[in-house]
Design a protein around this ligand. Sequence first.
Ligand code: PEP
Ligand code: MG
Length: 469
Amino acid sequence: MNLMEIGKNPELHSTETAEQTKNSETITESLTQPSQTPEESLIKLKVERDILVQSFERAKEFMRTQKKQIQTLEEEKLKILSDRQRLREEVRKSTVEIQRLTIELSETQKLNQSLQKNNDDLRNRNGLKSRSEQEQLEEEIKDVRDRNSKLQIQVNQSSVEAFEQAQRKQEEAEKQKLLEELKGKENITPDGRKINIYANIGSVGDLGYVMENDAGGIGLFRSEFLYLGRNDFPTEEEQFQAYKQAVQTMAGKKVIIRTLDIGADKQVEYFNLGKEENPALGYRAIRICLKQPEIFKAQLRALFRAAVYGNLSVMYPMITSTEEVEKIYAIVAEVEEELKKQEVQYKIPEQGIMIETPAAVMISDRLAEMVDFFSIGTNDLTQYTLAIDRQNEQLDDFYNPHHEAVLRMIRMVVENAHKCGKWAGICGELGADLTLTEQFVRMGVDELSVAPSMILKLRKVVREMKAEE
Ligand code: PEP
Ligand code: MG
């Protein structure tokens, strides 16, 4: 393409203005006009030259763009070619895989047919099987069944374990939440009534839980643990060490230790209690202590010695009469006398009784004059009031500690205690029944002693209820 042709090419003019097109037409005309002066011709020629240079530049730019487009197209072509190559390769591989699978399938079908045939042969022969072969077959069937049921048990066990684990996690989370919310807080209702919330424990090993759950003290320390699981009576020294550890750990907080409550549901071989028709109504607790004072005295000595080391109280179980309390005090006086004579360090602690028989409830006005406090054992009180052996599972449906008779007895005991200026608490299971907390507080119950895990739950209820109706 020469310069004239470039000038005429419409594509190259696509971006030209109308003015520029007109200029190039003028140049062409001027070159063909002979009547011009040399100066005029020179100027015109210069103008024409400039215009041609511009056109030339545009033509170069156009060619550069074209070249670039060609290059891009080339690259795209190469990419398409390589994609096509890759696809071809994949198709080839798939074809090989399909062939392999087809061969495998036909082999499996053949194997299946032969197994089916063997199976049919075995079935046919089964009718003619010898006795030993039959036995062997039965054995195998049993074995498979056993393994299946074991597997079933394992599956069930693992789901039970998973469930229990989830439950433990949830309980732990709830406990943590309660601790964050309530640790160190008072057991006080919004209208200002305070109540002591203490813990029930069965051994010194439980002291950690008591502290962990922020109990205000120990309301029932079942001392039987020292007597159970051994072949002979614990020595006074052993007992003293255990009680001392408890009061020292509780560092000034009240620790109420219940004296021996063996018998009935708590049998110990070496006590030689003999077989009884009705052990719940039999030789148990304070009755043993009063009949065998040497056992009782060893425990009292240990308790009075330990009382020097902290805030210890003693309480006596299964009281039914004022005479029993008088007998207890006579033995206490003897023990004190002996300790004094032997110049052993001791302290006579606060002494209370458990109210767990209807007899004790009915004479609680008189008993209140004799003791420092009452602790109501609702487990036995329910048993004796409703004439239901708490050990007999057949009677579980009849065992109703919410019975009006039981609740009225609790009210009566609290009122009689208060008339004498004494305090009354509940240490039976019912104390932890959150549906009754409001009722107990309104009755004037001064203390609730419950399992360590219930302490903060109880505190929460107390802090959210009203003592006055
Ligand atoms: C009771 O009888 O309520 C009680 C706390 O004592 P135990 O359960 O040990 O007999
Ligand atoms: Mg009891």
